[in-house]
Ligand binder design. Sequence first.
Ligand code: UD1
Length: 437
Amino acid sequence: MLRIWGRQPLRGQVKISGAKNSALVIMAGALLCADDCHIRNVPSLVDVSRMGEILSALGVKLQRQGDTLEINASHIGQSKAPYELVSQLRASFFIIGPLLARLGMARVPLPGGCAIGARPVDLHVRGLQAMGADVQIEHGTVHAYLKGGKKRLQGARIYLDCPSVGATETLMMAATLAEGETIIENAAQEPEVVDLANFCRAMGARIRGAGTNTIVISGVPRLHSTDYSIIPDRIEAGTFLVAGAITRSEISLAPVVPDHLTAVIAKLRSIGADVVADAPNRLRLIPGQRHVATDIKTMPFPGFPTDMQAQFMALLTLSEGNSVISETVFENRLRHVAELNRMGADITVKNNIAIVRGVPMLSGAPVVATDLRASAALVLAGLAADGVTTIQSLQHLDRGYENLEGKLQGLGAKLCRVEADTEPNPVDAPNLPTVLS
Ligand code: UD1
């Protein structure tokens, strides 16, 4: 459990880790290359460890030193990923593209649904079929083979029904080693897609257009070793910007790429906070005198990220007026509402829309985290709430935030991990609370 003593002012600087979603897909991308790959700025997260276990189960050698991961996929002894591992990490499905491209076959269990929605993989499958793969789903496993004795996938023109991040990444990786040119239309434009493209290019892949809605990949016969550093995590950065706003504290963060946070910064400004760039890779959050309601609609990049929706909802519970939040990317991503309401928020939900009526104060309460970003939202609410908040089910938080409590403690927050059955006691707080005005 995480116990938080709320209403402590924050100050200082926080270091932003490497992007989780880049790290996961780039680890899968390392399967494309039969030489050593050094990947730097890899965050230390449960999801990253799980991806490492999946690669190890395929026979890949991994070694971690600090934040650098050395991956050697010269020998892939297995084309089948183990279900027990895949079922714990949806991103592990992304190995299907590289495995098929390298070995001519791949068997990956369907990742299944997850807390935030059904999350099908039909776009990945149809794209691989368009590239000449025979793809069958049998007994819960996707079996993909190269058809007709072909040695390589074939370039194809693929239109994605929706700009899926995962499908764009799967198909882009598969196309790097295909014969001929692949064009992905209506491609996802997320910074992590661009990061993956840059990683593949560093290995010798020929990719242009990543970051736009049309990506063109000219296949090459093989890729070579590389040393690559992944981008800072824009969702972790966004979460800290909200931590500054919700506690009315001035804090700064680095390294960040401000262009990855345009939609988040725009929303913070419309709420009444300000964000200034003190250096090209450093942002400072300046809270407003008053924070007011704003409407949010989640969209694919460069729109407002679904991965920041829950954290902004926490902030809007304490902003004056009524905000409308529409979740358009995932169908079941408002499960944090019930927990925020337990803390005194006033939120109603109809379908995928939440109406948040601002309240003057949240009150600390025991709450349960339902998914990764919901956990972050509850931590943020706990930082601002009156009294003690305890958050259960921290496994979600550990999947995606590197040392969140340590970083918050560094900013002056009062929080710590405790055994599940210890009673909250305000005098346990590391120092007596300084109440925010
Ligand atoms: C990735 C991110 C996740 C983020 C999401 C949207 C990783 C590891 N995860 O997830 O943090 O919230 O992008 O920015 O990078 N869909 C289909 N068919 C498919 C694939 C997707 O219908 O074959 C739908 C999904 O159900 C969802 C929407 O498309 O409703 C977007 O999903 P997608 O962009 O694929 O998200 P992920 O890659 O799973």
